[in-house]
Design a protein around this ligand. Structure first.
Ligand SMILES: Nc1ncnc2c1ncn2[C@@H]1O[C@H](COP(=O)(O)OP(=O)(O)OP(=O)(O)O)[C@@H](O)[C@H]1O
Ligand SMILES: [Mg+2]
Length: 292
Protein backbone atom coordinates (compact mmCIF):
# COMPACT_ATOMS: atom_id res chain seq x y z
CA UNK A 1 0.00 0.00 0.00
CA UNK A 2 2.77 2.39 0.99
CA UNK A 3 4.54 1.52 -2.27
CA UNK A 4 1.54 2.44 -4.30
CA UNK A 5 1.07 5.69 -2.39
CA UNK A 6 4.69 6.61 -3.04
CA UNK A 7 4.53 5.76 -6.73
CA UNK A 8 1.32 7.69 -7.16
CA UNK A 9 2.69 10.82 -5.53
CA UNK A 10 5.75 10.73 -7.79
CA UNK A 11 3.64 10.26 -10.88
CA UNK A 12 1.19 12.99 -9.99
CA UNK A 13 3.99 15.40 -9.13
CA UNK A 14 5.67 14.73 -12.46
CA UNK A 15 2.52 15.52 -14.40
CA UNK A 16 1.56 18.53 -12.31
CA UNK A 17 4.87 20.24 -12.95
CA UNK A 18 3.84 20.42 -16.57
CA UNK A 19 0.66 22.34 -15.76
CA UNK A 20 0.50 25.95 -14.59
CA UNK A 21 -0.18 26.56 -10.88
CA UNK A 22 -3.10 28.82 -11.69
CA UNK A 23 -4.76 26.17 -13.81
CA UNK A 24 -4.46 23.61 -11.00
CA UNK A 25 -6.17 25.77 -8.44
CA UNK A 26 -8.94 27.34 -10.44
CA UNK A 27 -10.30 24.43 -12.41
CA UNK A 28 -10.84 21.72 -9.85
CA UNK A 29 -13.82 19.52 -10.51
CA UNK A 30 -16.31 19.20 -7.68
CA UNK A 31 -17.52 15.66 -6.93
CA UNK A 32 -20.85 14.71 -5.36
CA UNK A 33 -21.70 11.16 -4.30
CA UNK A 34 -25.41 10.36 -4.39
CA UNK A 35 -26.31 7.44 -2.16
CA UNK A 36 -28.98 5.83 0.00
CA UNK A 37 -29.40 3.13 2.60
CA UNK A 38 -32.26 1.40 0.85
CA UNK A 39 -32.37 0.74 -2.91
CA UNK A 40 -34.98 2.09 -5.29
CA UNK A 41 -35.49 5.45 -3.53
CA UNK A 42 -34.78 7.53 -6.65
CA UNK A 43 -30.97 8.04 -6.74
CA UNK A 44 -30.57 7.50 -10.46
CA UNK A 45 -33.51 9.71 -11.40
CA UNK A 46 -32.21 12.39 -9.06
CA UNK A 47 -28.67 12.19 -10.48
CA UNK A 48 -29.70 12.28 -14.14
CA UNK A 49 -32.24 15.09 -13.78
CA UNK A 50 -30.02 17.20 -11.52
CA UNK A 51 -27.15 16.82 -14.00
CA UNK A 52 -29.37 18.11 -16.78
CA UNK A 53 -30.51 21.04 -14.62
CA UNK A 54 -26.87 21.94 -13.90
CA UNK A 55 -26.00 21.56 -17.57
CA UNK A 56 -28.73 24.01 -18.53
CA UNK A 57 -26.96 26.55 -16.29
CA UNK A 58 -23.90 26.19 -18.48
CA UNK A 59 -22.01 23.90 -16.10
CA UNK A 60 -19.84 21.17 -17.57
CA UNK A 61 -21.27 18.07 -15.95
CA UNK A 62 -20.69 14.31 -16.07
CA UNK A 63 -22.16 11.38 -14.21
CA UNK A 64 -20.14 8.43 -12.99
CA UNK A 65 -22.33 5.36 -12.79
CA UNK A 66 -20.68 3.63 -9.86
CA UNK A 67 -23.40 1.01 -9.61
CA UNK A 68 -21.99 -1.18 -12.37
CA UNK A 69 -23.39 -4.63 -12.80
CA UNK A 70 -26.80 -3.47 -11.62
CA UNK A 71 -29.42 -2.22 -14.04
CA UNK A 72 -29.00 1.48 -13.40
CA UNK A 73 -28.42 4.59 -15.53
CA UNK A 74 -28.53 2.47 -18.68
CA UNK A 75 -32.07 1.39 -17.83
CA UNK A 76 -33.32 4.87 -16.92
CA UNK A 77 -31.87 6.40 -20.10
CA UNK A 78 -31.84 3.44 -22.47
CA UNK A 79 -28.12 3.69 -23.19
CA UNK A 80 -25.95 0.60 -22.75
CA UNK A 81 -22.32 0.89 -21.67
CA UNK A 82 -19.72 -0.87 -23.80
CA UNK A 83 -16.68 0.00 -21.74
CA UNK A 84 -15.97 1.28 -18.23
CA UNK A 85 -13.16 2.83 -16.18
CA UNK A 86 -11.46 -0.58 -15.91
CA UNK A 87 -10.76 -0.42 -19.66
CA UNK A 88 -9.11 2.96 -19.14
CA UNK A 89 -6.98 1.69 -16.25
CA UNK A 90 -5.87 -1.36 -18.22
CA UNK A 91 -4.90 0.86 -21.15
CA UNK A 92 -7.36 -0.76 -23.56
CA UNK A 93 -9.31 2.47 -24.02
CA UNK A 94 -8.76 6.20 -23.62
CA UNK A 95 -11.07 7.94 -21.14
CA UNK A 96 -12.75 9.76 -24.03
CA UNK A 97 -13.62 6.41 -25.62
CA UNK A 98 -15.53 5.13 -22.61
CA UNK A 99 -17.69 8.23 -22.07
CA UNK A 100 -21.27 7.66 -23.27
CA UNK A 101 -23.59 10.36 -24.49
CA UNK A 102 -26.96 10.73 -22.79
CA UNK A 103 -29.78 13.18 -23.55
CA UNK A 104 -28.73 16.77 -24.36
CA UNK A 105 -25.17 15.51 -24.75
CA UNK A 106 -24.91 14.58 -21.06
CA UNK A 107 -21.68 12.68 -20.42
CA UNK A 108 -21.99 9.37 -18.58
CA UNK A 109 -18.92 7.51 -17.39
CA UNK A 110 -19.45 3.84 -16.57
CA UNK A 111 -17.60 3.31 -13.27
CA UNK A 112 -15.20 0.73 -11.92
CA UNK A 113 -15.93 -2.87 -11.19
CA UNK A 114 -13.79 -4.21 -8.36
CA UNK A 115 -12.90 -1.06 -6.41
CA UNK A 116 -10.95 -3.24 -3.93
CA UNK A 117 -8.44 -4.19 -6.63
CA UNK A 118 -7.44 -0.54 -7.03
CA UNK A 119 -5.06 -0.91 -4.09
CA UNK A 120 -2.66 -2.99 -6.18
CA UNK A 121 -2.22 -1.25 -9.50
CA UNK A 122 0.94 -1.64 -11.56
CA UNK A 123 2.94 1.42 -12.62
CA UNK A 124 1.45 1.19 -16.07
CA UNK A 125 -2.12 1.03 -14.73
CA UNK A 126 -1.49 3.96 -12.38
CA UNK A 127 -0.15 6.04 -15.27
CA UNK A 128 -3.29 5.30 -17.30
CA UNK A 129 -5.48 6.15 -14.32
CA UNK A 130 -3.78 9.49 -13.70
CA UNK A 131 -3.79 10.39 -17.38
CA UNK A 132 -7.54 9.73 -17.47
CA UNK A 133 -8.38 11.67 -14.34
CA UNK A 134 -6.43 14.70 -15.49
CA UNK A 135 -8.49 14.75 -18.67
CA UNK A 136 -11.66 14.65 -16.53
CA UNK A 137 -10.39 17.51 -14.35
CA UNK A 138 -9.95 19.71 -17.40
CA UNK A 139 -13.26 18.66 -18.93
CA UNK A 140 -15.80 19.05 -16.11
CA UNK A 141 -16.88 21.50 -13.40
CA UNK A 142 -19.05 18.96 -11.62
CA UNK A 143 -19.20 15.16 -11.49
CA UNK A 144 -22.19 13.46 -9.87
CA UNK A 145 -21.53 9.88 -8.78
CA UNK A 146 -24.54 7.60 -8.69
CA UNK A 147 -23.49 4.98 -6.13
CA UNK A 148 -25.30 1.80 -5.25
CA UNK A 149 -27.45 1.56 -2.15
CA UNK A 150 -26.23 0.21 1.18
CA UNK A 151 -22.97 -0.19 3.00
CA UNK A 152 -20.83 -2.44 0.81
CA UNK A 153 -17.15 -1.55 0.74
CA UNK A 154 -17.19 -0.18 -2.78
CA UNK A 155 -20.23 2.03 -2.12
CA UNK A 156 -18.65 3.44 1.04
CA UNK A 157 -15.33 4.07 -0.74
CA UNK A 158 -17.09 6.08 -3.43
CA UNK A 159 -19.03 8.05 -0.83
CA UNK A 160 -16.01 8.94 1.27
CA UNK A 161 -13.91 9.94 -1.72
CA UNK A 162 -16.35 12.65 -2.90
CA UNK A 163 -16.29 16.33 -1.90
CA UNK A 164 -19.97 16.25 -0.94
CA UNK A 165 -22.28 13.43 0.07
CA UNK A 166 -25.97 13.46 -0.77
CA UNK A 167 -28.10 10.85 0.99
CA UNK A 168 -31.55 10.21 -0.46
CA UNK A 169 -34.42 8.76 1.53
CA UNK A 170 -38.14 8.48 1.00
CA UNK A 171 -40.50 9.10 3.94
CA UNK A 172 -41.00 5.32 4.31
CA UNK A 173 -39.81 4.14 7.74
CA UNK A 174 -37.52 1.41 6.32
CA UNK A 175 -35.91 3.91 3.97
CA UNK A 176 -35.37 6.39 6.83
CA UNK A 177 -33.87 3.70 9.10
CA UNK A 178 -31.52 2.60 6.31
CA UNK A 179 -30.57 6.23 5.57
CA UNK A 180 -29.60 6.54 9.24
CA UNK A 181 -27.55 3.34 8.80
CA UNK A 182 -25.50 4.73 5.94
CA UNK A 183 -24.99 8.07 7.73
CA UNK A 184 -23.71 6.10 10.72
CA UNK A 185 -21.15 4.29 8.55
CA UNK A 186 -20.03 7.62 7.07
CA UNK A 187 -19.72 9.19 10.54
CA UNK A 188 -17.63 6.27 11.83
CA UNK A 189 -15.22 6.36 8.93
CA UNK A 190 -14.92 10.13 8.56
CA UNK A 191 -15.12 12.56 11.48
CA UNK A 192 -16.92 15.87 10.87
CA UNK A 193 -18.31 14.78 7.53
CA UNK A 194 -20.92 17.00 6.00
CA UNK A 195 -23.93 15.08 4.82
CA UNK A 196 -26.67 16.57 2.63
CA UNK A 197 -30.13 15.08 2.74
CA UNK A 198 -32.82 14.87 0.07
CA UNK A 199 -36.25 13.46 0.86
CA UNK A 200 -37.81 12.05 -2.29
CA UNK A 201 -41.39 11.05 -3.03
CA UNK A 202 -43.06 13.16 -0.35
CA UNK A 203 -46.84 13.46 -0.36
CA UNK A 204 -46.78 16.98 1.11
CA UNK A 205 -44.26 19.39 2.60
CA UNK A 206 -45.36 18.60 6.18
CA UNK A 207 -44.41 14.95 5.68
CA UNK A 208 -41.03 15.94 4.24
CA UNK A 209 -40.32 18.31 7.12
CA UNK A 210 -41.24 15.72 9.75
CA UNK A 211 -38.94 13.11 8.24
CA UNK A 212 -36.01 15.47 7.79
CA UNK A 213 -36.40 16.88 11.32
CA UNK A 214 -36.46 13.37 12.83
CA UNK A 215 -33.45 12.22 10.85
CA UNK A 216 -31.50 15.41 11.58
CA UNK A 217 -32.18 15.06 15.30
CA UNK A 218 -31.01 11.44 15.61
CA UNK A 219 -27.98 12.14 13.39
CA UNK A 220 -27.02 15.04 15.65
CA UNK A 221 -27.78 13.34 18.99
CA UNK A 222 -26.26 9.93 18.30
CA UNK A 223 -23.71 10.49 15.54
CA UNK A 224 -22.76 14.16 15.94
CA UNK A 225 -23.46 14.67 12.25
CA UNK A 226 -25.03 17.91 11.04
CA UNK A 227 -27.38 17.02 8.26
CA UNK A 228 -27.93 19.78 5.81
CA UNK A 229 -31.33 19.59 4.13
CA UNK A 230 -30.74 20.06 0.42
CA UNK A 231 -34.35 19.68 -0.63
CA UNK A 232 -37.53 17.65 -0.96
CA UNK A 233 -39.03 16.17 -4.09
CA UNK A 234 -42.74 15.43 -4.32
CA UNK A 235 -44.08 12.10 -5.39
CA UNK A 236 -45.02 12.83 -8.98
CA UNK A 237 -46.63 10.48 -11.48
CA UNK A 238 -44.77 12.26 -14.29
CA UNK A 239 -41.57 10.69 -12.92
CA UNK A 240 -43.03 7.22 -13.42
CA UNK A 241 -44.31 8.16 -16.89
CA UNK A 242 -40.89 9.47 -17.93
CA UNK A 243 -39.10 6.38 -16.53
CA UNK A 244 -41.37 4.17 -18.64
CA UNK A 245 -40.29 6.11 -21.73
CA UNK A 246 -36.64 5.98 -20.58
CA UNK A 247 -36.54 9.77 -20.71
CA UNK A 248 -35.50 12.23 -17.96
CA UNK A 249 -38.60 13.84 -16.41
CA UNK A 250 -36.98 17.28 -16.46
CA UNK A 251 -36.94 17.12 -20.28
CA UNK A 252 -40.26 15.32 -20.79
CA UNK A 253 -42.24 17.38 -18.25
CA UNK A 254 -40.13 20.48 -17.54
CA UNK A 255 -42.83 22.11 -15.44
CA UNK A 256 -43.86 19.12 -13.33
CA UNK A 257 -43.57 19.25 -9.54
CA UNK A 258 -40.54 16.99 -9.43
CA UNK A 259 -38.74 19.07 -12.09
CA UNK A 260 -39.40 22.26 -10.11
CA UNK A 261 -37.98 20.63 -7.00
CA UNK A 262 -34.85 19.53 -8.90
CA UNK A 263 -34.34 23.10 -10.11
CA UNK A 264 -34.52 24.39 -6.54
CA UNK A 265 -31.99 21.79 -5.44
CA UNK A 266 -29.75 22.79 -8.35
CA UNK A 267 -29.74 26.38 -7.03
CA UNK A 268 -28.90 25.20 -3.50
CA UNK A 269 -26.09 23.08 -4.84
CA UNK A 270 -24.57 25.92 -6.83
CA UNK A 271 -24.48 27.94 -3.59
CA UNK A 272 -22.53 25.17 -1.83
CA UNK A 273 -20.21 25.02 -4.79
CA UNK A 274 -19.27 28.66 -4.50
CA UNK A 275 -18.59 28.36 -0.77
CA UNK A 276 -16.51 25.22 -0.61
CA UNK A 277 -13.14 24.29 -2.00
CA UNK A 278 -12.79 21.00 -3.76
CA UNK A 279 -10.10 18.33 -3.78
CA UNK A 280 -10.78 17.90 -7.47
CA UNK A 281 -10.67 14.66 -9.39
CA UNK A 282 -7.16 14.04 -8.15
CA UNK A 283 -8.39 14.19 -4.56
CA UNK A 284 -11.34 12.00 -5.40
CA UNK A 285 -9.42 9.19 -7.10
CA UNK A 286 -6.53 9.35 -4.61
CA UNK A 287 -9.02 8.75 -1.82
CA UNK A 288 -10.79 6.07 -3.82
CA UNK A 289 -7.60 4.06 -4.14
CA UNK A 290 -6.90 4.59 -0.47
CA UNK A 291 -3.99 6.97 -0.66
CA UNK A 292 -5.18 9.95 1.32
N1 LIG B 1 -40.30 11.74 -7.18
C1 LIG B 1 -40.80 10.58 -7.57
N2 LIG B 1 -42.14 10.43 -7.76
C2 LIG B 1 -42.67 9.25 -8.13
N3 LIG B 1 -41.95 8.14 -8.34
C3 LIG B 1 -40.62 8.21 -8.18
C4 LIG B 1 -39.98 9.42 -7.79
N4 LIG B 1 -38.63 9.18 -7.72
C5 LIG B 1 -38.47 7.87 -8.02
N5 LIG B 1 -39.65 7.28 -8.31
C6 LIG B 1 -39.88 5.88 -8.66
O1 LIG B 1 -38.87 5.08 -8.07
C7 LIG B 1 -38.29 4.24 -9.07
C8 LIG B 1 -36.84 4.00 -8.74
O2 LIG B 1 -36.08 5.15 -9.02
P1 LIG B 1 -34.51 5.07 -9.29
O3 LIG B 1 -34.19 4.01 -10.27
O4 LIG B 1 -34.05 6.45 -9.59
O5 LIG B 1 -34.02 4.60 -7.83
P2 LIG B 1 -32.56 4.18 -7.36
O6 LIG B 1 -32.41 4.64 -5.97
O7 LIG B 1 -31.55 4.62 -8.35
O8 LIG B 1 -32.67 2.58 -7.41
P3 LIG B 1 -31.46 1.52 -7.27
O9 LIG B 1 -31.09 1.51 -5.82
O10 LIG B 1 -32.09 0.24 -7.73
O11 LIG B 1 -30.36 1.99 -8.15
C9 LIG B 1 -38.54 4.95 -10.39
O12 LIG B 1 -38.56 4.05 -11.45
C10 LIG B 1 -39.87 5.63 -10.17
O13 LIG B 1 -40.91 4.72 -10.47
MG1 LIG C 1 -30.10 3.55 -9.41
Amino acid sequence: MRDQAHKLRELVRGRENKKSKQNQQENLTKTYAITSGKGGVGKTNFTVNLSLALKSEGKKVAIIDADLGMANIDVVLGVAPQYNLNHMISGQKEITEIIMKGPKGLDIIPGISGVEELANLSDYQLQNFIKGWQILEDKYDIILIDTGAGVSKSVVNFILAADEIIVISTPEPTSVTDAYGIIKVIAKRQKNSRVNLVINQIENSKEGENVSKRLSKVAKDFLEVNLSILGMIPSDKNVVKAVKKQKPFILEFPNCKAANAINEIKNELLDIEVEEKSGGIKGFFSKLIGLS
